[in-house]
Design a binder for this molecule. Sequence first.
Ligand code: PEP
Ligand code: MN
Length: 350
Amino acid sequence: MSILNYPLIIAGPCSAETEEQVLQTCIGLAATKKVQVLRAGIWKPRTKPGSFEGLGLQAFPWLQQAKKITGLPVAIEVATPEHVEHALRYDIDVFWIGARTTVNPFTVQSIADALRGVHVPVFIKNPVNPDMELWIGAVERMERAGIQQIGLIHRGFSVYGNTDYRNAPVWSLAIEIKRRMQHLPMLCDPSHIAGRRSTLKAIAQQAVYLNMDGLMVETHIDPDNALSDAQQQITPESLLQLLNQLQWRSSLSNEQTFINALQKLREQIDYIDDELLMLLSQRMQIADKIGVYKKENNVAVLQMERWNNILERAYTKMKSLNLSQEFLQKYFEAVHMESIQHQTNVMRNI
Ligand code: PEP
Ligand code: MN
């Protein structure tokens, strides 16, 4: 029987630092009555040596104590077969594979081998790079090792340069993996996506709107003085406030008027999508004709001035169309690339 219920809230400190910090944080989390699993990092994968890399074995008795006092199961990150061995010895209930581990198939396989025959739920964070196949590969390694309860954790992807996020959410990728792995629950870790407290709630809300199966949130009794990820951790009280403010939505409704209304609107969308595809096909036929003229006149396929002009025309209309610049750019890039492909085929006589 599974110890997990969905939507699932996992919370706890980034790292276990002291007995007092672990116990106070966990007691505060249990008091919220919303947290089902406690988390804490025992070994921390840090970018640079010399940063706080976790306390290792010393911290396990504190987690055992937290478990005893609160009655809640505990989760830790495992990154090597030795971590798995120790965690099992100290009765850890739930494991997760960190983002820096998911990128490495050798390590994932060695952890899967260490977990063979063990009935512990395992959550797999996305790899640091937005490579869906690598993420799915890690799931398959766990499945082949016979792990029955596998879940995904979306924690965002490394970004180059300054952005609003510590790790970009790339929601489209999260949606696509949810589609491909429909049998698995998927949590969101807004803490590592946000990297700071101010945007945590908005990210958690987006995850809930996308029908994620729960959240993993880093929580600390004294966030400002945390030894790792201080800027993104929140107190147990703030977590309760955040969870109470989130607008939870059910995945579906059985209410007949809702079902009928939705079906009607979806029919309209299908009709419009069919029309859009027909128009796109016509647009490409015109691109083919232009390709013929360019070929006859020895003119290059890519015309930068025209391409700029297409984008500018679209951007001037975006407000009245209520479409974002980001969408228009992606849409026209896709359409333009398809046109280029068509014209290239014409040039090559395909
Ligand atoms: C963590 O959860 O503390 C952690 C190190 O996460 P990630 O693997 O997502 O960086
Ligand atoms: Mn962390």
